[in-house]
Design a protein around this ligand. Structure first.
Ligand code: TRP
Length: 355
């Protein structure tokens, strides 16, 4: 590879302008892992994914499928592969661009397992036992308290600091894990007297965080609550689910506040429909002329407008193993280059030397 004044020729003779190549070093590094439990819903899409899409333009992003993590529940070997494919297809279909972000499968990067081993030597059983998620698991599955569950936060720390990440977009439920990541990074730096690993911050998109409610009149949309609309749902499934959504017996008097369940439908409408459509139904509600059946029909069609292109794309991608294979190979190569560089330096810092 030869470096010219204002650019670089790659080995494939493609000219890369220097500003683009150098940009990588000016951008923040973002890492986020997605467990391979599949089936994203509207809440995931509007709550998190749309922000991932925005991040991939301005940051050096690594998005991976956390398939080592999924082994804590002992999935059947037949299911592992299809779960990974499903998550990958859904994220790519929703717009994560493997040319912009590094999209990879965790188990393709064994350097992560090595860093996990090294970090385990400085992680204390006491602090791991005190982790909220571990205590919850003990309660939920007392028959399967494996060491992988105990050291889950160490593996997660390895996932993140292997790329020397600055920002980790995760939900509130991951806050404690991220605090532990910061502690493990700091401990490594202190132990060896180096300023090596940055302490990554949780990143949750400030004010734009939207909570998408479920269709059952209460709470937020969830994967297992039975109140969700999935990106992979067909139009007829979506129509059926929306028509069954909880409402009330109609506004009591002109101008009265909508009930919680109806408010939820307006919230979803606010995200998927034209402002004029929302306004129309708000006025109908205010004047007690609203017919919830009409509102639901409109809502279902507007949801389908968002989800249908994604669903079509999910199916195309799932059925294109060549494309998926290409994405995964490219991601593995980029992720391994970054991970191997870190491991090389970490080994030196620890004191391993070539003979
Ligand atoms: N623990 C995360 C979850 O349950 C998934 C995850 C694993 C992760 N490794 C990560 C998230 C690294 C962010 C960064 O959702």
């Amino acid at each position: 590879m030869s470096r010219l004044k204002d650019g670089v020729y790659g080995t494939n003779s493609v000219f890369i302008p220097i500003f683009a190549a150098d940009n990588i070093f000016l951008m923040d590094t973002v890492v986020s892992g997605i467990r391979s439990t599949g089936n994203l819903h509207l809440g995931n899409y509007f709550g998190a994914l749309k922000n991932f899409l925005r991040m991939q333009d301005e940051n050096n992003c690594y998005f991976f499928v956390a398939d080592y993590h999924s082994l804590t529940t002992h999935p059947h070997p037949d299911d592992i592969h299809s779960n990974i494919r499903q998550v990958l297809a859904e994220y790519l279909a929703a717009g994560i661009d493997p040319e912009k972000a590094t999209v990879y499968v965790q188990s393709d990067v064994p350097e992560i397992a090595e860093l996990y081993l090294l970090l385990n030597m400085n992680a204390y059983v006491g602090e791991l036992e005190r982790t909220t998620s571990f205590k919850e698991k003990i309660r939920q599955h007392p028959d399967n308290i494996n060491a992988g569950l105990l050291t889950y936060p160490v593996l997660m720390a390895a996932d993140i600091i292997i790329h020397k990440a600055h920002k980790v977009p995760v939900g509130k439920d991951q806050e404690q894990h991220l605090e532990m990541t910061r502690r493990f990074a700091r401990r490594f730096n202190t132990m060896y007297g180096v300023e090596y690993f940055p302490e990554p911050d949780a990143y949750n998109f400030g004010r734009q965080l939207i909570k998408i409610p479920g269709l059952d009149g209460s709470g937020k949309m969830g994967k297992s609550e039975g109140n969700g609309i999935f990106l992979a749902d067909s139009p007829s499934e979506i129509r059926k689910k929306v028509l069954r959504a909880v409402t009330d017996s109609g506004p009591e008097k002109p101008g009265s506040e909508p009930s919680e369940a109806v408010k939820n439908l307006f919230t979803i409408m606010g995200v998927v429909s034209e402002p004029s459509t929302v306004e129309y139904f708000r006025e109908k509600h205010a004047s007690c002329e609203i017919r919830y059946g009409d509102m639901k029909k409109q809502l279902a069609e507007d949801i389908i407008k968002v989800t249908e292109p994604i669903r079509v794309r999910i199916n195309e991608i799932i059925n294109d193993p060549v494309y998926l294979g290409r994405v995964v190979a490219m991601g593995a190569e980029k992720a391994r280059a970054s991970a191997a560089a870190t491991i090389r330096e970490v080994r030196q810092i620890i004191g391993y030397r070539p003979f």
